[in-house]
Design a protein around this ligand. Structure first.
Ligand code: SF4
Ligand code: SF4
Ligand code: SF4
Length: 503
């Protein structure tokens, strides 16, 4: 009975998760709380809070999960987590048949403490302003894989009926890591949860104080050990149940033929333990030190750099780069909702620290003038909410939000370099007045005849860096007009003219 109820919850919450991810498109999003799963994740709140020293009000939705864990234990892992449900289903498929084998494979191992050290290292990094939990946090991990790899792959197979054909930069690596995480279940059931998951570790720490726990009634138990055969968390219910490893799958209650396992209010029992949480002072300090040293090492690459990477074009409303890296959890929700497919997971554009954070790759898609959805959906306000009036600089705002600036490559531009007519960029430029204008010139063509051409110029005081000109430029491969991050509103240093001025 317990197992059935738990499975119903898992299916319902997984279906809800899928629904919310699928509803994250420009045409479907209206009214659905699509960022809900990210908002109830206590690790997202903790890590973003530590890194940015502020808590986005939306993330307070994680407080009930914390309270319920303190009362009932790690129910989130066993009942709600969508990534956990995928692991649960895969480990069920990969299950060994013999009970003795299953008991053996579910034995706890010292290496399972690794997730607590990972958590410590990631929190130490967050304290120094580098929010890297998105690498392993299960909700961000699943969101990212769904948004940028799995759903686009399926959609492309189905001729783009859902969101149109989409391609995400280096998403095969994201897909590969997802497949590896899932494949771990074929070695040991729910190995990701037992070994790597930092959210599981956090909830494990909290569940140490839980008021309700599973315990064994020694009067009824005949030590047959069968309760350990399907334990999802390697909590070893047949011996001393490790409270912080227990995912509350309740398989042990169902497995016991003598009804010897109970779930109830309990402060301590000889059949339960929280000892596994004793990580050792030296190892904990080593994990913290690893996190602390990782930040300057990561920043030795070009993450937060006064000389910004020209290709690091952040969406409108993005915070300053430092604040952005404090808040962004690399969930990919903004990329999923972007109607043009231009928002992409950064690979080389933002350093290792900014890996998988959103950047605009204008050759793939532009920033639509009448859209501010990425700021609406971002659960941590790494991209803050902006109204269309603010984006476009309409009253009461005086300036539009610029995400970069375009420049013309005269060696590739058709009228400049190839004596060929083209005014595509001028036609598509959405600003008013247009940031691209042209001058009519008459040149002597190679055949000696006069030829009249319209050669484009850019007015940088009008350009907002939306990139539509680069997207539509008819010159194949590298466009003849390209957008870079220079002039972005969010930075006071990334200016065209370094020493000052409006640009
Ligand atoms: S505001 Fe621009 S970058 Fe953001 S989702 Fe809309 S089109 Fe994409
Ligand atoms: S900026 Fe995008 S990837 Fe980063 S937290 Fe916000 S929605 Fe997620
Ligand atoms: S990026 Fe191109 S299309 Fe967009 S405002 Fe600038 S010039 Fe116009």
């Amino acid at each position: 009975m317990f197992r059935k109820v738990r499975r119903i919850y898992q299916v319902v919450f997984f279906a809800l998760f899928l629904f919310l991810v699928f509803a994250t498109t420009a045409s479907l999003i209206g009214g659905y709380p699509v960022e809900w799963f990210l908002a109830i994740d206590p690790l997202v709140a903790l890590s973003a809070g530590l890194a940015s020293r502020e808590i986005h009000p939306l993330l307070l939705m994680s407080v009930p999960i914390i309270i319920i864990t303190l009362i009932f234990g790690r129910f989130f892992c066993g009942w709600l987590c969508p990534f956990g449900t995928i692991h649960h289903a895969c480990s069920f498929v990969a299950k060994k048949r013999r009970v003795s084998d299953r008991i053996k494979i579910n034995n706890p191992r010292k290496i399972f403490k690794l997730k607590y050290f990972i958590l410590l290292a990631l929190l130490a990094m967050a304290l120094l302003g580098s929010n890297q939990i998105g690498w392993l946090d299960p909700i961000a991990f699943t969101w990212r894989a769904m948004s940028t790899a799995l759903i686009p792959a399926l959609d492309n197979l189905a001729w783009g009926v859902y969101q149109g054909e989409r391609h995400f930069h280096a998403s095969s690596i994201i897909a590969f890591l997802f497949v590896v995480a899932i494949s771990l279940n074929f070695i040991i059931p729910r190995l990701y949860c037992r070994l790597l998951c930092p959210l599981g570790a956090l909830l494990g720490l909290l569940s140490r104080f839980s008021l309700f726990r599973l315990h064994r009634n020694l009067d009824l138990c005949n030590n047959c050990n069968v309760c350990g055969a399907d334990c999802a968390g390697a909590a070893q219910p047949q011996d001393k149940l490790r409270v912080n490893e227990c995912l509350l799958c309740l398989n042990c209650i169902e497995a016991c033929p003598r009804g010897g396992i109970k779930y109830g209010f309990l402060s301590s029992s000889p059949t339960t333990t929280t000892d596994v949480i004793n990580l050792g002072r030296r190892r904990s300090l080593a994990a913290l030190a690893l996190g602390v040293t990782a930040v300057p090492l990561l920043r030795a690459s070009d993450g937060v750099n006064p000389r910004a990477n020209p290709k690091r074009i952040r969406p409108p409303g993005a915070c300053s780069e430092e604040e952005f890296l404090e808040k962004c959890i690399k969930c990919g929700a903004c990329m999923k909702v972007c109607p043009t497919g231009g928002l992409q997971p950064a690979f080389e554009q933002a350093g290792i620290e900014g890996l998988w954070t959103p950047v605009l790759i204008a050759r793939l898609g532009y920033c639509e003038q009448q859209c501010a959805l990425c700021g609406e959906i971002c659960p941590t306000s790494a991209i803050r909410y902006i109204s269309l009036a603010e984006k476009l600089g309409l009253p009461p705002y005086t300036e539009p939000i610029r995400i970069g600036s375009a420049s013309i490559d005269r060696g590739r531009c058709l009228p400049w370099a190839n004596e060929t007519q083209c005014i595509v960029c001028e036609e598509v430029c959405p600003t008013s007045p247009k940031a691209i204008h042209y001058k009519v010139v008459t040149i002597q063509a190679r055949n000696g005849k006069d030829r009249t051409l319209k050669q484009p110029y850019i007015d940088l005081t009008k350009c907002v860096g939306c990139g539509i000109c680069e997207t539509h430029c008819p010159v194949a491969d590298e466009a003849a007009i390209r957008v870079t991050s220079v002039g972005e509103s969010r930075s006071r240093t990334n200016r065209v003219i370094i020493t000052g001025g409006k640009l």
